[in-house]
Ligand binder design. Structure first.
Ligand SMILES: C[S@@+](CC[C@H](N)C(=O)[O-])C[C@H]1O[C@@H](n2cnc3c(N)ncnc32)[C@H](O)[C@@H]1O
Length: 253
């Protein structure tokens, strides 16, 4: 029997560390977004911010020849990324570092591409785009996914869920204007399909949650954590036509 009392943060990390992805996404959609960039062969330095354990970092590594630095706040995720880097023999080109997206530990104007899936909303879409602008070379690309409203109707229950989670949702049009205001040319945007949420995230996460319930029987913190995760799935099933993850692609002017 497990005696340790895990915090919600411990549970979040334990649930997600061994998943392929820590949020909605897919290799196909990462490749689709890459398809909007000109001259992939000229991209020599990429940063993947809020990379988690690096599911999309490895997809980028398959399609880009240059170096890729994954950055995440949580050492456990970076540890998994760096283990996978070694297993795949790409340590010459890919590495994970611990750091915060809102205070990047890099030199200014060094990246051809800043990538970030499912993470920018943690620091705010505008704040992230404005901060990262300084780290891109001229004509460098920024590619992010961010949860956004898909309709003018905004169910209060969804508004509350995301604001309780620390992320405000905005409309796609609003976010495109913000991207332009932050000094980028707008290139493209598109929504992630439903399977990126269900097959690629919720289903593997549910298996990890079942593992937690087994590992910590009768633990109220664990039960509440699992219930909150399942509530997110219920909300998505009921309200998915109103919101989703959107890829936003811009180019530094
Ligand atoms: C929804 S997950 C997405 C992870 C991964 N990019 C993916 O799509 O599978 C969000 C990630 O952002 C990271 N994160 C949150 N706040 C951060 C911050 N201030 N700086 C760096 N990473 C952060 C989390 O640790 C987590 O790995």
């Amino acid at each position: 029997m497990e005696n340790k009392q895990p915090s919600v943060m411990d549970l979040l990390i334990e649930t997600h560390a061994e998943l392929e992805r820590q949020g909605p996404g897919s290799p196909e959609m990462t490749c689709k977004a890459l398809g909007f960039l000109d001259h992939l062969d000229q991209i020599s330095r990429t940063a993947d911010l809020g990379c988690g354990s690096g599911g999309q970092t490895m997809v980028l590594a398959q399609h880009l020849a240059g170096t890729i630095t994954g950055l995440d706040l949580f050492p456990d995720f970076i540890h998994v990324l760096n283990e996978n880097v070694q297993k795949r023999n790409v340590e010459e080109r890919v590495r994970g570092v611990v750091g915060s997206m809102d205070d990047l530990p890099f030199e200014k104007e060094t990246f051809d591409l800043i990538w970030s899936e499912g993470a920018i909303d943690n620091i705010g879409f505008e704040k992230g785009l404005a901060h990262w602008h300084g780290f891109l070379k001229k004509n460098g690309y920024v590619v992010v996914t961010c949860p956004s409203w898909l309709t003018n109707e905004r169910p209060a229950v969804i508004e509350k869920f995301w604001s309780d989670a620390g992320s405000g949702l905005d409309a796609v049009g609003h976010n495109i204007e913000v991207l332009q205001k932050c000094g980028y040319q707008f290139i493209a945007s598109f929504a992630l399909p439903e399977t990126c949420w269900t097959d690629n995230y919720f289903i593997p996460r549910e298996a990890a949650l079942k593992g937690l319930l087994k590992k910590y029987p009768g633990n109220e913190t664990v039960e509440a954590f699992v219930a909150e995760n399942r509530y997110e799935v219920e909300l998505y099933a009921k309200y998915k036509q109103y919101y989703g993850y959107i890829f936003y692609i811009g180019r530094k002017m």
